[in-house]
Design a protein around this ligand. Structure first.
Ligand code: SAM
Length: 273
């Protein structure tokens, strides 16, 4: 089950991913896109918030956040990181077991969120996105944004890098649409299942409540996280790849070849068909 796996990953998550030069750069690209839809005072629901890095950043930009995750250990990190700001509220929420009433203590008046965020893969832990879209439809205001960073199915870097290193299984692992992942040290539990939805599949599951308004590659010139250390040892290469990443960011047609794609939906007005 993914919750236990992320409990094990939590203590190292910031050191291995959040604080990496490449991870921070890609995160900032996603934030810029999200922030272009927001203004101070807005309220954001974050799904799969991990260690709370984006919740903290949003609060620093005067956005209120309800930060949620399934993993107790990730929530512990988020609480610690955001305890000093009154703008972040932390709640446990499992995407595959969505409660009828949320947030729990606002049962009589569910707030309408200005945006929903799930960055760097929380939605890859689902195999059907329709129930989530249905649930979000009553929680996002008309014109509000749902923005997701999704691990894509056809990551070019992964295919080429691991293919050239003779690790064919790793090179092609995403192509069938799902893969199994076992966190080292998580022997007692079943491996975690990761799903790689296409843009078309998400568009279908989010219609008729949401329509796609944005798509951007995230990690097209830059590699997946297991290759970060290799490029980060070469600062000049790193800078060049970042410049290329920026240049390619408007090539939405290449988004599904990146490690992640960033996809934005807008909640259609309640009166619209
Ligand atoms: C790769 S991390 C991304 C964390 C964070 N969004 C970030 O940008 O760093 C994926 C997160 O999704 C959470 N997650 C996985 N499956 C979930 C589920 N079924 N319900 C809620 N959260 C889940 C994990 O606990 C983990 O914190």
């Amino acid at each position: 089950m993914s919750r236990q796996a992320f409990d094990i990953l939590a203590p190292h998550y910031d050191a291995t991913f959040t604080a990496s030069r490449t991870g921070s750069y890609l995160r900032q690209r996603a934030r810029n896109r999200l922030y272009s839809h927001l203004k101070p005072g807005d309220v954001v629901l974050e799904l799969g918030c991990g260690s709370g890095e984006d919740a903290l950043w949003l609060a620093q930009h005067h956005i209120r956040v309800i930060a949620t995750d399934a993993s107790v250990e990730m929530l512990r990190l988020t609480r610690a990181k955001t305890a000093h700001t009154g703008l972040v509220r932390v709640e446990q929420l499992e995407l595959d077991n969505l409660p009828a009433r949320f947030p729990p203590s606002d049962a009589d008046r569910t707030p309408l969120f200005d945006a929903v965020l799930a960055n760097f893969g929380p939605l890859n832990c689902l195999n059907d996105w329709r129930p989530l879209a249905d649930w979000l439809a009553t929680r996002v205001r008309p014109g509000g944004i749902a923005a997701f960073g999704i691990m894509s199915r056809y990551c070019l870097w992964e295919i080429v890098w691991h293919g050239l290193h003779g690790n064919i299984r790793h090179a092609i692992r995403r192509l069938g649409g799902k893969a199994q992942f076992r966190v080292p040290g998580d022997k007692p539990n079943k491996p975690m299942e990761i799903h790689y939805p296409t843009v078309r599949r998400l568009e279908r599951d989010f219609a008729p409540w949401f329509r796609r308004v944005g798509l951007m590659p995230l990690g097209l010139a830059l590699p997946p996280s297991d290759v970060y250390p290799v490029i980060e040892r070469r600062p000049r290469l790193c800078v060049r790849l970042m410049a290329l990443e920026e240049w390619l960011s408007s090539a939405s047609w290449l988004a599904q070849l990146a490690d992640h794609y960033w996809i934005e939906f807008e909640r259609i007005g309640y009166g619209s068909p």
